[in-house]
Design a protein around this ligand. Structure first.
Ligand code: HEC
Ligand code: HEC
Length: 453
Protein backbone atom coordinates (compact mmCIF):
# COMPACT_ATOMS: atom_id res chain seq x y z
CA UNK A 1 0.00 0.00 0.00
CA UNK A 2 3.01 2.28 0.21
CA UNK A 3 3.80 4.36 -2.83
CA UNK A 4 0.16 4.80 -3.79
CA UNK A 5 -0.65 8.42 -3.04
CA UNK A 6 -4.41 7.79 -3.27
CA UNK A 7 -4.13 5.76 -0.11
CA UNK A 8 -3.50 8.85 1.87
CA UNK A 9 -6.98 8.37 3.35
CA UNK A 10 -6.74 7.96 7.04
CA UNK A 11 -9.14 6.55 9.63
CA UNK A 12 -9.68 3.22 8.02
CA UNK A 13 -10.39 0.61 10.62
CA UNK A 14 -7.41 -1.57 9.89
CA UNK A 15 -6.04 -1.38 13.37
CA UNK A 16 -7.75 -1.75 16.67
CA UNK A 17 -7.04 0.99 19.15
CA UNK A 18 -8.48 0.27 22.56
CA UNK A 19 -12.02 1.51 21.98
CA UNK A 20 -12.24 3.27 25.27
CA UNK A 21 -9.08 3.88 27.20
CA UNK A 22 -9.34 3.88 30.95
CA UNK A 23 -7.60 6.39 33.06
CA UNK A 24 -4.85 7.85 30.84
CA UNK A 25 -6.63 11.09 29.97
CA UNK A 26 -6.49 10.35 26.23
CA UNK A 27 -9.89 9.88 24.63
CA UNK A 28 -9.19 8.30 21.26
CA UNK A 29 -12.61 8.43 19.60
CA UNK A 30 -11.34 7.53 16.12
CA UNK A 31 -13.48 4.47 16.51
CA UNK A 32 -16.21 5.14 19.04
CA UNK A 33 -17.01 2.45 21.58
CA UNK A 34 -20.23 0.59 20.82
CA UNK A 35 -22.96 1.79 23.15
CA UNK A 36 -25.84 2.03 20.69
CA UNK A 37 -25.83 -1.42 19.15
CA UNK A 38 -24.85 -3.78 21.93
CA UNK A 39 -26.15 -7.32 21.67
CA UNK A 40 -29.24 -7.82 23.82
CA UNK A 41 -30.60 -11.36 24.28
CA UNK A 42 -33.72 -12.06 22.24
CA UNK A 43 -35.71 -12.94 25.38
CA UNK A 44 -35.23 -9.41 26.76
CA UNK A 45 -38.32 -7.48 25.68
CA UNK A 46 -39.02 -4.80 28.29
CA UNK A 47 -37.69 -1.33 27.45
CA UNK A 48 -38.52 1.96 29.12
CA UNK A 49 -36.29 4.20 26.97
CA UNK A 50 -37.71 7.72 26.77
CA UNK A 51 -39.05 8.46 23.28
CA UNK A 52 -36.72 10.75 21.34
CA UNK A 53 -33.51 9.94 23.22
CA UNK A 54 -32.12 6.68 21.84
CA UNK A 55 -28.53 5.80 22.77
CA UNK A 56 -25.92 7.10 20.33
CA UNK A 57 -22.22 6.31 20.57
CA UNK A 58 -21.33 10.00 20.73
CA UNK A 59 -24.01 10.87 23.28
CA UNK A 60 -23.06 8.00 25.58
CA UNK A 61 -19.36 8.91 25.22
CA UNK A 62 -20.13 12.45 26.39
CA UNK A 63 -22.27 10.92 29.14
CA UNK A 64 -19.32 8.77 30.22
CA UNK A 65 -17.13 11.84 30.61
CA UNK A 66 -19.81 13.76 32.54
CA UNK A 67 -20.52 10.73 34.77
CA UNK A 68 -16.90 10.45 35.88
CA UNK A 69 -16.17 14.19 36.16
CA UNK A 70 -15.82 15.60 39.69
CA UNK A 71 -16.28 19.10 38.26
CA UNK A 72 -20.03 18.37 38.21
CA UNK A 73 -19.96 19.05 41.95
CA UNK A 74 -19.63 22.51 43.42
CA UNK A 75 -16.23 21.87 45.01
CA UNK A 76 -14.81 19.44 42.42
CA UNK A 77 -14.72 16.50 44.84
CA UNK A 78 -17.70 14.32 43.85
CA UNK A 79 -18.66 12.72 40.53
CA UNK A 80 -21.59 10.43 39.82
CA UNK A 81 -19.03 7.62 39.96
CA UNK A 82 -18.04 8.59 43.52
CA UNK A 83 -21.34 6.98 44.61
CA UNK A 84 -21.87 4.67 41.63
CA UNK A 85 -18.72 2.54 41.43
CA UNK A 86 -18.20 0.38 38.35
CA UNK A 87 -16.48 -2.33 40.39
CA UNK A 88 -19.74 -2.65 42.40
CA UNK A 89 -22.12 -2.71 39.44
CA UNK A 90 -22.34 1.07 39.82
CA UNK A 91 -23.55 0.79 43.41
CA UNK A 92 -21.74 1.88 46.56
CA UNK A 93 -20.41 0.00 49.56
CA UNK A 94 -21.25 2.39 52.43
CA UNK A 95 -24.85 2.40 53.66
CA UNK A 96 -25.08 6.14 52.97
CA UNK A 97 -22.91 7.74 50.29
CA UNK A 98 -20.83 10.85 50.84
CA UNK A 99 -21.70 13.99 48.89
CA UNK A 100 -20.38 17.56 49.03
CA UNK A 101 -22.51 18.44 52.08
CA UNK A 102 -22.93 15.29 54.14
CA UNK A 103 -24.35 11.87 53.40
CA UNK A 104 -27.36 10.62 51.44
CA UNK A 105 -30.68 9.69 53.04
CA UNK A 106 -30.94 6.42 51.10
CA UNK A 107 -28.51 3.79 49.83
CA UNK A 108 -27.02 4.35 46.34
CA UNK A 109 -28.63 2.08 43.76
CA UNK A 110 -26.80 -0.15 41.31
CA UNK A 111 -27.20 1.16 37.78
CA UNK A 112 -27.50 -2.06 35.80
CA UNK A 113 -29.93 -2.67 32.92
CA UNK A 114 -31.87 0.51 33.69
CA UNK A 115 -33.82 0.52 30.40
CA UNK A 116 -34.90 -3.12 30.56
CA UNK A 117 -37.93 -2.59 32.77
CA UNK A 118 -41.56 -1.62 32.44
CA UNK A 119 -41.23 0.83 35.31
CA UNK A 120 -40.29 4.20 33.76
CA UNK A 121 -39.78 6.03 37.06
CA UNK A 122 -36.49 6.08 38.98
CA UNK A 123 -35.25 6.28 42.60
CA UNK A 124 -36.43 3.96 45.38
CA UNK A 125 -39.55 6.11 45.83
CA UNK A 126 -40.00 6.62 42.06
CA UNK A 127 -39.93 10.41 42.33
CA UNK A 128 -38.07 10.84 38.99
CA UNK A 129 -40.54 10.57 36.11
CA UNK A 130 -37.89 9.57 33.54
CA UNK A 131 -34.21 8.69 33.56
CA UNK A 132 -33.44 12.04 31.88
CA UNK A 133 -35.25 13.84 34.68
CA UNK A 134 -33.34 11.76 37.24
CA UNK A 135 -29.83 12.55 35.99
CA UNK A 136 -29.58 16.18 37.06
CA UNK A 137 -31.35 15.72 40.41
CA UNK A 138 -28.10 14.66 42.15
CA UNK A 139 -26.36 17.70 40.62
CA UNK A 140 -29.11 19.96 41.97
CA UNK A 141 -29.09 18.25 45.36
CA UNK A 142 -27.55 20.22 48.23
CA UNK A 143 -26.06 17.12 49.86
CA UNK A 144 -24.91 15.21 46.76
CA UNK A 145 -23.28 17.62 44.26
CA UNK A 146 -24.35 21.02 45.53
CA UNK A 147 -25.71 23.06 42.60
CA UNK A 148 -29.04 23.55 44.39
CA UNK A 149 -29.24 27.34 44.19
CA UNK A 150 -30.31 27.33 47.85
CA UNK A 151 -28.52 27.03 51.21
CA UNK A 152 -25.62 29.12 49.89
CA UNK A 153 -25.11 26.77 46.90
CA UNK A 154 -24.45 27.94 43.36
CA UNK A 155 -27.37 27.40 40.95
CA UNK A 156 -27.58 24.95 38.07
CA UNK A 157 -26.93 27.86 35.68
CA UNK A 158 -23.56 28.23 37.37
CA UNK A 159 -22.71 24.64 36.47
CA UNK A 160 -23.70 25.33 32.85
CA UNK A 161 -21.35 28.35 32.84
CA UNK A 162 -18.61 26.25 34.49
CA UNK A 163 -18.85 23.49 31.87
CA UNK A 164 -19.06 26.01 29.02
CA UNK A 165 -15.74 27.45 30.17
CA UNK A 166 -14.07 24.01 29.91
CA UNK A 167 -12.80 23.65 26.32
CA UNK A 168 -13.04 19.83 26.33
CA UNK A 169 -16.79 20.15 26.88
CA UNK A 170 -17.20 22.61 24.01
CA UNK A 171 -15.41 20.03 21.85
CA UNK A 172 -17.55 17.15 23.08
CA UNK A 173 -20.90 18.96 23.01
CA UNK A 174 -20.13 20.04 19.42
CA UNK A 175 -19.23 16.44 18.57
CA UNK A 176 -22.50 15.17 20.05
CA UNK A 177 -25.03 17.89 19.29
CA UNK A 178 -23.54 19.78 16.33
CA UNK A 179 -22.63 22.92 18.28
CA UNK A 180 -20.91 23.70 21.54
CA UNK A 181 -23.92 24.92 23.55
CA UNK A 182 -24.09 23.38 27.03
CA UNK A 183 -27.53 23.23 28.65
CA UNK A 184 -29.44 21.05 31.09
CA UNK A 185 -31.38 19.16 28.43
CA UNK A 186 -28.17 18.13 26.67
CA UNK A 187 -26.53 17.12 29.97
CA UNK A 188 -29.60 15.01 30.82
CA UNK A 189 -29.78 13.38 27.41
CA UNK A 190 -26.13 12.33 27.37
CA UNK A 191 -26.02 11.17 31.00
CA UNK A 192 -29.23 9.15 30.47
CA UNK A 193 -27.77 7.55 27.34
CA UNK A 194 -24.65 6.55 29.25
CA UNK A 195 -26.59 5.10 32.20
CA UNK A 196 -28.92 3.25 29.81
CA UNK A 197 -25.96 1.74 28.02
CA UNK A 198 -24.76 -0.04 31.18
CA UNK A 199 -25.98 -3.56 30.55
CA UNK A 200 -25.19 -6.95 32.01
CA UNK A 201 -26.31 -10.09 30.21
CA UNK A 202 -23.37 -12.47 30.53
CA UNK A 203 -24.52 -14.26 33.70
CA UNK A 204 -24.82 -17.97 34.35
CA UNK A 205 -28.58 -17.42 34.29
CA UNK A 206 -28.36 -15.98 30.75
CA UNK A 207 -26.41 -18.98 29.49
CA UNK A 208 -29.05 -21.29 30.90
CA UNK A 209 -31.99 -19.16 29.77
CA UNK A 210 -30.71 -18.89 26.18
CA UNK A 211 -30.33 -22.66 25.95
CA UNK A 212 -33.59 -23.60 27.69
CA UNK A 213 -35.85 -21.17 25.82
CA UNK A 214 -38.03 -20.42 28.84
CA UNK A 215 -37.66 -19.82 32.57
CA UNK A 216 -39.66 -22.79 33.76
CA UNK A 217 -37.50 -25.46 32.12
CA UNK A 218 -34.60 -27.12 33.92
CA UNK A 219 -31.37 -25.23 33.07
CA UNK A 220 -28.70 -27.74 32.12
CA UNK A 221 -25.85 -25.49 33.32
CA UNK A 222 -27.43 -25.07 36.78
CA UNK A 223 -26.79 -27.16 39.88
CA UNK A 224 -29.78 -28.95 41.41
CA UNK A 225 -29.94 -26.25 44.09
CA UNK A 226 -29.90 -23.42 41.53
CA UNK A 227 -32.74 -25.06 39.59
CA UNK A 228 -34.70 -25.60 42.79
CA UNK A 229 -34.10 -21.96 43.76
CA UNK A 230 -35.32 -20.85 40.35
CA UNK A 231 -38.58 -22.73 40.82
CA UNK A 232 -39.03 -21.17 44.26
CA UNK A 233 -38.41 -17.71 42.76
CA UNK A 234 -40.97 -18.28 39.99
CA UNK A 235 -43.83 -20.03 41.77
CA UNK A 236 -46.37 -18.09 43.88
CA UNK A 237 -46.76 -19.03 47.58
CA UNK A 238 -50.02 -21.00 47.14
CA UNK A 239 -48.05 -23.32 44.86
CA UNK A 240 -45.22 -23.74 47.35
CA UNK A 241 -43.05 -20.99 45.83
CA UNK A 242 -41.63 -17.80 47.32
CA UNK A 243 -43.49 -15.53 44.88
CA UNK A 244 -40.53 -13.30 44.00
CA UNK A 245 -41.34 -13.28 40.28
CA UNK A 246 -44.69 -11.65 41.06
CA UNK A 247 -42.81 -8.38 41.51
CA UNK A 248 -39.25 -8.97 40.17
CA UNK A 249 -40.23 -10.35 36.79
CA UNK A 250 -37.80 -12.51 34.80
CA UNK A 251 -35.96 -12.49 32.47
CA UNK A 252 -35.23 -8.79 33.17
CA UNK A 253 -35.86 -9.12 36.93
CA UNK A 254 -37.33 -5.60 36.82
CA UNK A 255 -39.95 -4.38 39.29
CA UNK A 256 -43.71 -4.53 38.67
CA UNK A 257 -44.68 -0.83 38.30
CA UNK A 258 -47.71 -1.55 40.53
CA UNK A 259 -45.63 -2.85 43.44
CA UNK A 260 -46.15 -1.20 46.81
CA UNK A 261 -43.59 -1.58 49.58
CA UNK A 262 -42.05 -4.87 50.61
CA UNK A 263 -42.06 -4.51 54.39
CA UNK A 264 -38.61 -2.88 54.62
CA UNK A 265 -39.60 0.30 56.41
CA UNK A 266 -36.43 1.58 58.07
CA UNK A 267 -34.68 4.83 57.41
CA UNK A 268 -30.94 5.51 57.49
CA UNK A 269 -30.31 7.32 60.77
CA UNK A 270 -33.62 6.21 62.27
CA UNK A 271 -37.33 6.64 61.59
CA UNK A 272 -39.85 5.08 59.22
CA UNK A 273 -40.09 5.33 55.43
CA UNK A 274 -42.99 3.62 53.66
CA UNK A 275 -42.46 5.26 50.26
CA UNK A 276 -40.01 2.80 48.69
CA UNK A 277 -41.74 0.82 45.96
CA UNK A 278 -39.02 0.54 43.30
CA UNK A 279 -36.14 -1.89 43.15
CA UNK A 280 -33.34 -1.88 40.60
CA UNK A 281 -33.03 -5.09 38.60
CA UNK A 282 -32.18 -8.06 40.79
CA UNK A 283 -29.28 -8.77 38.45
CA UNK A 284 -25.80 -8.19 39.90
CA UNK A 285 -26.94 -8.09 43.53
CA UNK A 286 -23.50 -9.47 44.26
CA UNK A 287 -20.36 -9.21 42.16
CA UNK A 288 -18.27 -11.88 40.49
CA UNK A 289 -17.01 -14.50 42.94
CA UNK A 290 -19.70 -13.50 45.39
CA UNK A 291 -18.22 -10.18 46.51
CA UNK A 292 -20.77 -7.74 47.94
CA UNK A 293 -21.82 -4.84 45.72
CA UNK A 294 -23.02 -3.05 48.86
CA UNK A 295 -25.96 -3.39 51.21
CA UNK A 296 -29.40 -4.32 49.90
CA UNK A 297 -32.69 -2.34 50.07
CA UNK A 298 -33.16 1.45 50.28
CA UNK A 299 -31.62 1.57 53.74
CA UNK A 300 -28.97 -1.11 53.03
CA UNK A 301 -30.38 -2.93 56.04
CA UNK A 302 -29.42 -6.34 54.65
CA UNK A 303 -25.81 -7.27 53.99
CA UNK A 304 -26.45 -10.74 52.58
CA UNK A 305 -28.86 -12.61 50.35
CA UNK A 306 -29.68 -14.86 53.32
CA UNK A 307 -30.94 -11.83 55.27
CA UNK A 308 -33.10 -10.77 52.31
CA UNK A 309 -34.61 -14.24 52.09
CA UNK A 310 -35.30 -14.37 55.82
CA UNK A 311 -37.13 -11.06 55.48
CA UNK A 312 -39.47 -12.38 52.77
CA UNK A 313 -39.83 -15.72 54.55
CA UNK A 314 -41.41 -13.90 57.46
CA UNK A 315 -42.45 -10.30 56.69
CA UNK A 316 -41.94 -8.55 60.03
CA UNK A 317 -45.10 -6.43 60.23
CA UNK A 318 -48.10 -4.99 58.38
CA UNK A 319 -47.69 -1.38 57.28
CA UNK A 320 -50.13 0.96 55.54
CA UNK A 321 -48.30 0.71 52.18
CA UNK A 322 -47.42 -3.02 52.28
CA UNK A 323 -48.12 -4.75 48.95
CA UNK A 324 -51.05 -7.19 49.02
CA UNK A 325 -48.85 -9.93 47.59
CA UNK A 326 -46.99 -9.97 50.91
CA UNK A 327 -50.15 -10.26 53.02
CA UNK A 328 -52.29 -13.25 53.79
CA UNK A 329 -56.08 -13.18 53.28
CA UNK A 330 -56.67 -13.22 57.02
CA UNK A 331 -54.90 -9.87 57.37
CA UNK A 332 -51.66 -11.51 58.49
CA UNK A 333 -48.25 -10.98 56.92
CA UNK A 334 -46.59 -13.48 54.62
CA UNK A 335 -44.93 -16.47 56.26
CA UNK A 336 -43.45 -18.82 53.69
CA UNK A 337 -42.08 -21.40 56.13
CA UNK A 338 -39.11 -22.09 53.86
CA UNK A 339 -36.70 -24.80 54.99
CA UNK A 340 -33.00 -23.98 55.29
CA UNK A 341 -32.36 -26.00 52.11
CA UNK A 342 -34.97 -23.93 50.26
CA UNK A 343 -33.48 -20.67 51.53
CA UNK A 344 -30.03 -21.79 50.40
CA UNK A 345 -31.41 -22.78 47.01
CA UNK A 346 -33.04 -19.37 46.53
CA UNK A 347 -29.76 -17.63 47.43
CA UNK A 348 -27.88 -19.91 45.01
CA UNK A 349 -30.30 -18.95 42.25
CA UNK A 350 -29.99 -15.19 42.96
CA UNK A 351 -26.21 -15.57 42.68
CA UNK A 352 -26.57 -16.87 39.10
CA UNK A 353 -27.92 -13.45 38.04
CA UNK A 354 -24.51 -11.73 38.20
CA UNK A 355 -22.54 -10.95 35.06
CA UNK A 356 -18.87 -10.22 34.51
CA UNK A 357 -18.00 -7.72 31.78
CA UNK A 358 -19.89 -4.80 33.26
CA UNK A 359 -17.46 -4.62 36.17
CA UNK A 360 -14.42 -4.03 33.98
CA UNK A 361 -15.41 -2.96 30.45
CA UNK A 362 -13.39 0.17 29.65
CA UNK A 363 -16.27 1.85 27.82
CA UNK A 364 -18.00 2.47 31.17
CA UNK A 365 -14.80 3.34 33.02
CA UNK A 366 -13.27 6.60 34.20
CA UNK A 367 -11.52 8.27 31.23
CA UNK A 368 -9.71 10.91 33.29
CA UNK A 369 -6.04 10.75 34.28
CA UNK A 370 -4.84 10.95 37.87
CA UNK A 371 -5.09 14.73 37.82
CA UNK A 372 -8.75 14.55 36.75
CA UNK A 373 -7.90 15.78 33.25
CA UNK A 374 -8.52 14.79 29.68
CA UNK A 375 -5.35 15.65 27.79
CA UNK A 376 -6.23 14.74 24.21
CA UNK A 377 -9.52 14.06 22.44
CA UNK A 378 -9.15 12.47 19.00
CA UNK A 379 -12.14 13.23 16.79
CA UNK A 380 -14.33 10.39 15.49
CA UNK A 381 -13.56 9.25 11.96
CA UNK A 382 -16.98 10.32 10.68
CA UNK A 383 -16.15 13.94 11.49
CA UNK A 384 -13.07 13.98 9.28
CA UNK A 385 -12.88 13.90 5.50
CA UNK A 386 -10.08 13.95 2.96
CA UNK A 387 -10.57 15.31 -0.54
CA UNK A 388 -7.94 14.48 -3.16
CA UNK A 389 -7.45 17.64 -5.25
CA UNK A 390 -5.86 15.65 -8.10
CA UNK A 391 -2.81 17.91 -8.14
CA UNK A 392 -0.68 16.19 -5.55
CA UNK A 393 -2.51 17.86 -2.67
CA UNK A 394 -5.47 16.92 -0.53
CA UNK A 395 -7.76 18.96 1.74
CA UNK A 396 -8.25 17.44 5.16
CA UNK A 397 -11.34 18.80 6.92
CA UNK A 398 -13.10 18.24 10.20
CA UNK A 399 -16.46 19.07 11.77
CA UNK A 400 -15.65 20.73 15.06
CA UNK A 401 -16.56 23.47 17.53
CA UNK A 402 -16.47 26.93 15.97
CA UNK A 403 -13.51 29.07 16.90
CA UNK A 404 -11.53 26.35 18.65
CA UNK A 405 -8.01 25.20 17.87
CA UNK A 406 -7.56 21.63 16.65
CA UNK A 407 -4.35 19.77 15.94
CA UNK A 408 -3.89 18.09 12.58
CA UNK A 409 -1.69 15.07 13.23
CA UNK A 410 0.05 12.67 10.89
CA UNK A 411 1.36 9.13 11.23
CA UNK A 412 3.04 6.54 9.03
CA UNK A 413 2.34 3.57 11.28
CA UNK A 414 -0.84 4.55 13.19
CA UNK A 415 1.18 4.39 16.37
CA UNK A 416 3.32 7.49 16.53
CA UNK A 417 1.52 10.72 15.70
CA UNK A 418 3.25 14.01 15.01
CA UNK A 419 1.66 17.44 14.80
CA UNK A 420 1.36 18.89 11.30
CA UNK A 421 -0.22 22.18 12.28
CA UNK A 422 -2.89 23.86 14.38
CA UNK A 423 -6.14 24.62 12.55
CA UNK A 424 -8.84 26.96 13.86
CA UNK A 425 -12.42 25.87 13.14
CA UNK A 426 -14.32 28.58 11.24
CA UNK A 427 -17.65 30.09 12.31
CA UNK A 428 -19.44 27.12 10.76
CA UNK A 429 -17.37 24.71 12.85
CA UNK A 430 -15.28 23.49 9.92
CA UNK A 431 -11.52 23.18 10.01
CA UNK A 432 -9.63 22.49 6.85
CA UNK A 433 -6.03 22.26 5.72
CA UNK A 434 -4.24 21.35 2.52
CA UNK A 435 -1.41 18.80 2.57
CA UNK A 436 0.92 17.65 -0.17
CA UNK A 437 1.47 13.97 -1.04
CA UNK A 438 4.99 12.86 -0.44
CA UNK A 439 4.70 9.67 -2.46
CA UNK A 440 4.27 7.38 0.52
CA UNK A 441 1.02 6.65 2.31
CA UNK A 442 0.26 8.65 5.40
CA UNK A 443 -2.53 8.79 7.92
CA UNK A 444 -4.10 11.93 9.31
CA UNK A 445 -6.34 12.69 12.22
CA UNK A 446 -7.69 15.76 14.01
CA UNK A 447 -7.40 15.99 17.76
CA UNK A 448 -8.08 18.50 20.47
CA UNK A 449 -5.33 19.02 22.99
CA UNK A 450 -6.37 20.48 26.33
CA UNK A 451 -4.52 23.76 26.84
CA UNK A 452 -2.20 23.80 29.84
CA UNK A 453 -3.93 25.56 32.76
C1 HEC B 1 -23.56 11.46 46.85
C2 HEC B 1 -23.85 10.19 46.20
C3 HEC B 1 -24.47 10.19 44.83
C4 HEC B 1 -24.07 10.91 43.73
C5 HEC B 1 -22.97 11.95 43.63
C6 HEC B 1 -24.93 10.48 42.65
N1 HEC B 1 -25.80 9.53 43.08
FE1 HEC B 1 -27.14 8.55 41.95
N2 HEC B 1 -27.97 7.76 43.60
C7 HEC B 1 -27.51 7.94 44.89
C8 HEC B 1 -28.50 7.48 45.83
C9 HEC B 1 -28.36 7.52 47.34
C10 HEC B 1 -29.60 7.02 45.07
C11 HEC B 1 -30.94 6.54 45.62
C12 HEC B 1 -31.64 7.81 46.11
C13 HEC B 1 -33.12 7.70 46.38
O1 HEC B 1 -33.76 6.81 45.86
O2 HEC B 1 -33.63 8.55 47.12
C14 HEC B 1 -29.22 7.20 43.68
C15 HEC B 1 -30.02 6.82 42.60
C16 HEC B 1 -29.66 6.99 41.27
C17 HEC B 1 -30.42 6.51 40.14
C18 HEC B 1 -31.73 5.74 40.20
C19 HEC B 1 -31.54 4.29 39.85
C20 HEC B 1 -32.83 3.53 39.85
O3 HEC B 1 -32.78 2.35 39.53
O4 HEC B 1 -33.91 4.08 40.16
C21 HEC B 1 -29.74 6.88 39.02
C22 HEC B 1 -30.10 6.58 37.58
C23 HEC B 1 -28.58 7.62 39.45
N3 HEC B 1 -28.55 7.66 40.81
C24 HEC B 1 -27.68 8.22 38.59
C25 HEC B 1 -26.77 9.19 39.01
C26 HEC B 1 -26.09 10.12 38.13
C27 HEC B 1 -26.24 10.17 36.63
C28 HEC B 1 -25.31 10.91 38.93
C29 HEC B 1 -24.42 12.08 38.52
C30 HEC B 1 -25.08 13.17 37.84
C31 HEC B 1 -25.51 10.46 40.30
N4 HEC B 1 -26.41 9.43 40.30
C32 HEC B 1 -24.83 10.99 41.37
C33 HEC B 1 -26.29 8.48 45.23
C34 HEC B 1 -25.57 9.35 44.41
C1 HEC C 1 -44.74 -7.20 46.43
C2 HEC C 1 -43.65 -7.10 45.54
C3 HEC C 1 -42.38 -7.84 45.89
C4 HEC C 1 -42.20 -9.20 46.09
C5 HEC C 1 -43.24 -10.30 46.00
C6 HEC C 1 -40.79 -9.39 46.30
N1 HEC C 1 -40.14 -8.19 46.28
FE1 HEC C 1 -38.17 -7.88 46.49
N2 HEC C 1 -38.47 -5.87 46.43
C7 HEC C 1 -39.67 -5.23 46.26
C8 HEC C 1 -39.50 -3.81 46.48
C9 HEC C 1 -40.60 -2.76 46.39
C10 HEC C 1 -38.14 -3.61 46.79
C11 HEC C 1 -37.45 -2.30 47.19
C12 HEC C 1 -37.81 -2.08 48.64
C13 HEC C 1 -36.95 -1.19 49.48
O1 HEC C 1 -35.75 -1.03 49.25
O2 HEC C 1 -37.48 -0.68 50.47
C14 HEC C 1 -37.52 -4.93 46.74
C15 HEC C 1 -36.17 -5.16 46.95
C16 HEC C 1 -35.56 -6.39 46.86
C17 HEC C 1 -34.15 -6.60 46.94
C18 HEC C 1 -33.10 -5.52 47.13
C19 HEC C 1 -32.63 -4.98 45.82
C20 HEC C 1 -31.51 -4.00 45.95
O3 HEC C 1 -31.05 -3.54 44.91
O4 HEC C 1 -31.08 -3.66 47.07
C21 HEC C 1 -33.93 -7.94 46.81
C22 HEC C 1 -32.60 -8.64 46.82
C23 HEC C 1 -35.22 -8.58 46.66
N3 HEC C 1 -36.19 -7.60 46.67
C24 HEC C 1 -35.41 -9.93 46.51
C25 HEC C 1 -36.66 -10.53 46.53
C26 HEC C 1 -36.87 -11.95 46.65
C27 HEC C 1 -35.77 -12.99 46.74
C28 HEC C 1 -38.21 -12.15 46.68
C29 HEC C 1 -38.95 -13.45 46.89
C30 HEC C 1 -38.64 -14.14 48.12
C31 HEC C 1 -38.84 -10.85 46.56
N4 HEC C 1 -37.87 -9.90 46.48
C32 HEC C 1 -40.21 -10.63 46.53
C33 HEC C 1 -40.86 -5.85 45.96
C34 HEC C 1 -41.08 -7.22 46.04
Amino acid sequence: MKANPKLIIAFISVWSPSFANAGDGVLDLTQLANYANQAVPSYITKNNTTAGNPITDKGATLGRVLFHDKRLSRDNTISCSSCHDQSRAFGDSPTASTGVNGTTGRHAMRLINAPFANEVRFFWDERATTLENQTTQPVRDHVEMGFSGTSGDPAFADLVAKLTAIPEYRVMFAMTFGNATVNETRIQRSLAQFVRSIQSFDSKYDTGRAAAGNDGANFLNFTAAENAGKQLFLAPPPQGGAGCAGCHRPPEFDIDPASLNNGVTGKIGGGTDLTNTRSPSLRDLIGPVGRSNGGLMHDASFATLAQVINHYNQIPAINANLDNRLRRLNGQVQNLNLTQAQKDALAAFLATLSGNAVYTDAKWSDPFNDLGELTLIVLPADQVSITDQGDGTAIISCQAAAGMNYLLQQSDDLKTWTNVTTVIANAGGVCSYSVGFSGSAAYYRYAFETPAP
